[in-house]
Design a protein around this ligand. Structure first.
Ligand code: UDP
Ligand code: MG
Length: 322
């Protein structure tokens, strides 16, 4: 018997792209069902992440037009990672296997076939890895690659060029549900869960409509989040830096004594001026890094819920539309 596949698509202000996305996915699902690769109970789930435009309205229309579509409406914008999580946790009740993919379908949906094949062959996690970064501008391409490198140097198990296009079996989602962290960084978290996994390569297209919700500022904070949620290496680097600075200061003290006894003490203005600035900025940076971790601990200790679901659009017993 073929498996029940749920696709989870986080949507934030995606009114421009949703109709085309829905049409493409409907076609894909029909093909997969006819080929017997997925069960006819499979669904396409849109998670509305507190959009301010007509996204939820469009999802509602899609749901009424075709039972293949279902929807989850979050109570407000909680960010991409939480929206994906809400979709996964809702889908796990019905699905054997779930694939998360962006609502703009920049990721090639034809990779789903290869993902399902790997799943049938015993993989619980299949990571979608993008082939080339031609569609990104120079800055985005290089900052993204630098980000993966930095993450790996910092000791976090991320897969280069894998974003949130991935297949997860039900048992992986069950395991994921046991992680209660508020600072969610799925692409760092999933590899730590384990189970057999593999990679499928896919091509990336330009965004067909609407615009990217990931501004440079959001990407930077996402990168900082990723590193500080998975690695304490920055804190260890501060200790190392402190040690190196101590050695340097011992040398400078020696030098100062030498200058004092040779009667040239007035000439030290430039060096003391520079070192005051340098040491001051290193201290501030170190405090900032430590503060970043304290902030995380603060957020985690509160154990606040990561999202609230306002309503579902779901045929069968769970249809409580609003
Ligand atoms: N997204 C979301 N909540 C947010 C921001 C983004 O659910 O607060 C969704 C968005 O609708 C899209 C996916 O996350 O489906 C990826 O966003 P986008 O395509 O803008 O990012 P990019 O591909 O430019 O990195
Ligand atoms: Mg996109």
């Amino acid at each position: 018997m073929s498996s029940i596949l749920y696709l989870v698509l986080p949507c934030y202000n995606e009114e421009a792209v949703l109709p085309a996305t829905a049409a493409a996915l409907e076609k894909k699902y029909h093909t997969l069902m006819e080929q017997g690769k997925i069960s006819r109970e499979s669904k396409i789930m849109f998670v509305n992440d507190g959009s301010r435009d007509k996204t939820w309205h469009i999802i509602t229309e899609l749901f009424h037009a075709n039972a293949m579509f279902c929807g989850v409406n979050l109570s407000r914008n909680r960010g991409h990672q939480n929206a994906v999580l809400a979709g996964l946790m809702t889908a796990r009740e019905k699905a054997d296997v779930v694939i998360s993919i962006d609502a703009d379908l920049q990721q090639d949906v034809d990779a789903i076939d290869a993902m399902l094949e790997k799943y049938e062959n015993g993989c619980d996690v299949v990571y979608g890895v993008r082939n080339a970064r031609d569609t990104d501008g120079f800055v985005k391409r290089n900052t993204a690659l630098g980000f993966y490198k930095l993450m790996q140097v910092m000791g976090c198990e991320v897969i280069t060029n894998h974003a949130d296009y991935r297949l997860l079996s039900r048992r992986v989602i069950e395991s994921l549900s046991e992680y209660g962290e508020v600072n969610l960084f799925l692409r760092g978290l999933i590899p730590t869960i384990g189970y057999p996994s593999d990679i499928v390569y896919f091509d990336v297209r330009e965004r067909q409509a609407g615009e990217s919700k990931y501004t440079m500022k959001k990407m930077l904070s996402f990168a900082v989040d990723g590193i500080t949620s998975f690695s304490i290496r920055p804190l260890q680097l501060i200790t190392l830096l402190g040690f190196v600075m101590l050695l340097v200061s011992i040398f400078i003290i020696g030098l100062t004594f030498f200058e004092f006894y040779t009667g040239r003490t007035v000439s030290g203005w430039a060096s003391s001026y520079c070192s005051t600035w340098f040491i001051g900025s290193v201290q501030l940076l170190s405090l900032g890094i430590i503060g970043e971790y304290i902030g995380k601990i603060y957020m985690e200790t509160k154990q606040r819920p990561r999202y609230h679901i306002e309503s579902y659009l779901w045929k069968e017993e769970k249809s409580e539309e609003s």
